[in-house]
Design a protein around this ligand. Sequence first.
Ligand code: B12
Ligand SMILES: C[S@@+](CC[C@H](N)C(=O)[O-])C[C@H]1O[C@@H](n2cnc3c(N)ncnc32)[C@H](O)[C@@H]1O
Ligand code: SF4
Length: 537
Amino acid sequence: MKVVLIAPPIMDMVEQQLRPIAQDATRNCPPYGLYLLANILRERQHEVIIVDLIAAGTNRLAPSSRIVANADLIGITTSSLSWPTAVDVIRQIRRLHVRAPIVLGGVHATMFDVYALEHFPVQYVIRGEAEIALPALCEAVERNRGIETVPNLSWKTKTNKVIRNPIGPLIESADLGSYPLPAFDLMPRGVYQSLSIESSRGCAFDCSFCSTSYRQSWRSISPAIFVDRLERTMAYRPRTICGAIHIVDDEFSIKTKRAVEIVRLLETRHLRPALVYDTRANDLLDDKFTEAIAPFTNQFLVGAECGYDEGLHKIGKQTTCAKLEGAARKLRQYGISQRANFSFILGLPWEGRQEIEKTINFASRLYGEYGVKILLQGYCLIPGSRLWQGQREKLVLTEPMYDEFGFFRNLHFWYTSQRVSPSEAWEIEDLILGLQWLAHLAHPGKHMIQHSVSWSLSKYFPRSILNPKSEYAVGLESLRQVAHRSRSERPDERVAEDFTGSRGGLEATHVSVDQIAAPIAAPSSGTASEKEPRGLN
Ligand code: B12
Ligand SMILES: C[S@@+](CC[C@H](N)C(=O)[O-])C[C@H]1O[C@@H](n2cnc3c(N)ncnc32)[C@H](O)[C@@H]1O
Ligand code: SF4
């Protein structure tokens, strides 16, 4: 059958235009899962077309409308940040009067399968792994029977009742490497920075902020099979911009001994990939691993998260600040500290200004002493984490809140996730800006401290309106100004009118003593003794 697989990018309004943002603006690597599924289906003789809207940098389906119109099944991959684009794509498909069934997959649809089926014109959701489920669905759709036996499938009956088939067994380690490589031949040339490859699936940990799918469940491809796959993947490097290979594992070095075995195989086979991967500080403390991986490292991310032990403990990170610092020291020793990105989270739900500053100070010390890059990321309420689930259970957060473009700068998210006031948040921004400036002087052009200001902060609480020295009256104060009669008409009235000075603070010397003493409810432009409302006659 003809299957069209669609990858929607994360988008938002930038300069009044809907544009790809975040990682999808830089197109780090192709979506591994979608390209992998394409080849699994091709192996079963299905005709597959990938409509890679991440690569195309758009949400517009129009250029692919004929392809979509000819499909027998349309698959869309989803993450929470790209979900608004997926919603838009679903609507475009139906506006084209395409009736082919739509199947959703990926982390967002897995979490919200019932919601998606009940609220959007889609027929199927595959929850979790789709290597077995998607070919089974294609077969069932082709034969028009057997839907009830497709593992992991949620689907709608003719009467629109949602049925959730049972989840099939997880793919075992022995089978994880038995699938074909992703369909990199379908990947457009010169668009993605690097290629993607999987060496293991899942993570042994369960950090409270993290939304990864397979927690406390880790499976891996054997080093020999992985290196074979890596060598075959490397053949596609000329299709990318920088030729690096991004290992998409949650935690590549969870078993450092295994990672060292992989490096030894690369050495014996004279392979020299430039690897991008995620690792943990605890793993980097193992000299054998860090020394071995160093020459193959292009970039890597270390989930550092907090600059104080209590925070690390609350997250369940199973590490300490001493270990984070030990890891940074080792990286300097092996000469790869500048390739490390220590990722910290600012504004976790329990954090006030003091905790945030502890993290910033600790992070900048790691940069200053050991030369690692630091990423300071504002805490984001992304569905799927333990922290998020707590809020969902209290109905503070709900599924529809993630349907619209720009949901991440929704003010509701700001209030439900922040403990600092907007003014404090700007003071923290100033601190970071100062550090960034120093880092720029020491390492020009290297962006050693990366951070971006929260969208809600800059949109809803711009510095200009928070500045207490602002010289203009606002809101009710403005209304009161326009309501005043002139001084000549009411010579006895002592008004708090100052068009040139500042509002509030010590400089507001025109405010009368009566006014300061007056109860809050009294009109500010009159004295407390005036009982009659003015301006009604
Ligand atoms: C590698 C990775 C990246 C890479 C590459 C992304 C890419 N283009 O592939 C980079 C660094 C660029 C990245 C960026 C981001 N990521 Co990321 N990323 C991952 C990671 C670690 C692996 C993804 C992966 O390839 N897995 C392996 C494949 C095989 O699994 P899969 O994609 O889930 O696909 C399987 C199923 O889901 C399903 N499936 C998938 N698609 C489809 C489609 C159909 C039709 C069907 C039927 C089935 C199906 O079948 C596949 C095979 O079993 C995941 C965590 C994880 N373990 O999944 C986080 C993860 C997906 N990322 C996450 C986040 C938050 C981000 C960023 C927003 C980070 C940021 N601050 O900018 C960006 C957003 C990018 C984007 N487009 O969404 C979150 C998403 C949470 C959520 N609720 O959506 C995750 C879960 C990480 C986490 N710990 O919380 N990411
Ligand atoms: C995908 S995570 C995993 C990193 C790696 N597996 C580890 O644990 O070391 C990458 C980093 O993004 C940041 N991050 C993840 N979820 C976040 C969220 N909800 N809000 C802000 N930052 C987040 C964290 O700093 C995290 O370490
Ligand atoms: S943050 Fe990293 S270590 Fe923690 S659960 Fe997520 S992937 Fe695993």
